[in-house]
Design a binder for this molecule. Sequence first.
Ligand SMILES: Nc1ncnc2c1ncn2[C@@H]1O[C@H](COP(=O)(O)OP(=O)(O)O)[C@@H](O)[C@H]1O
Ligand SMILES: [Mg+2]
Length: 250
Amino acid sequence: MQIITVNVNKGGAGKTTFTHNFAEYLRKNYRVLVLDFDDSANLTSRYGQFHDLHHTIIELFDHGVVEPIAISKNLDLIAGHREVELLKERVQSKRRREYLFGKWLAQNIQELQSKYDYILIDTENDEGILTQNAIITSDLVVGIAEPHKDNVTALANLRSFVNDLNADFDMNTQLVFVANKINRSKDNSKELLKSLSKFTEYAGYLPDRTLIADDVAIFNKKVVSKKNAQDVEHVSELFEVIRKKVEGEV
Ligand SMILES: Nc1ncnc2c1ncn2[C@@H]1O[C@H](COP(=O)(O)OP(=O)(O)O)[C@@H](O)[C@H]1O
Ligand SMILES: [Mg+2]
């Protein structure tokens, strides 16, 4: 079982879109548990409305007990909730607050390993306590940038953040970078790709497509055109590179 966190301290870069599509890619062949650590709960709302706290990260962090929701074949969700904002304040005053998620994992490791191949965590644009909990336990962090000013800086900051956490908590979390919303004929996309290609962490890009900017994952749509099919192929290849990376196969 491998744990992957998607984070960058930049709103709108595509974390939730990436997490959702990656989860839907993985579940074709693997068993996946998705967690939504963002108080805006955007990822959760792509799967439905869940108000019962027993299915949310609030119960996980407050009491160490949670019931994942069976969403579809091979995919379970531990939901986000708008009250996560308050949860973050409570967590701040707890002892070993960076380890609460790690503790839950350790206490449930046998069951989790028997049920899931991958755990995917969507986070918010911060370096806050829930994000720290996610990164500390992860095998891999995926950082995303879109072709806007400051997005490359945000990835460099993410690298420092992961390095600091690795040093402080004696971890060896790996990092990959993904460019998002790429239109190869536009200058800002070309600039982003040029900057990112210098980073050893760079894994590839997602194209700028209305097909991707949608609550339905790219793999769950009726593919109508040859261009759409090419996009699905391209995105699948990127996801497979990242999957192999976390498995240590590349
Ligand atoms: N590859 C893409 N092509 C087109 N639109 C995208 C793409 N990726 C994300 N978007 C759109 O960009 C916006 C921000 O994406 P989101 O995943 O919510 O970012 P984040 O979670 O980092 O805040 C959303 O409206 C989403 O639909
Ligand atoms: Mg998001």
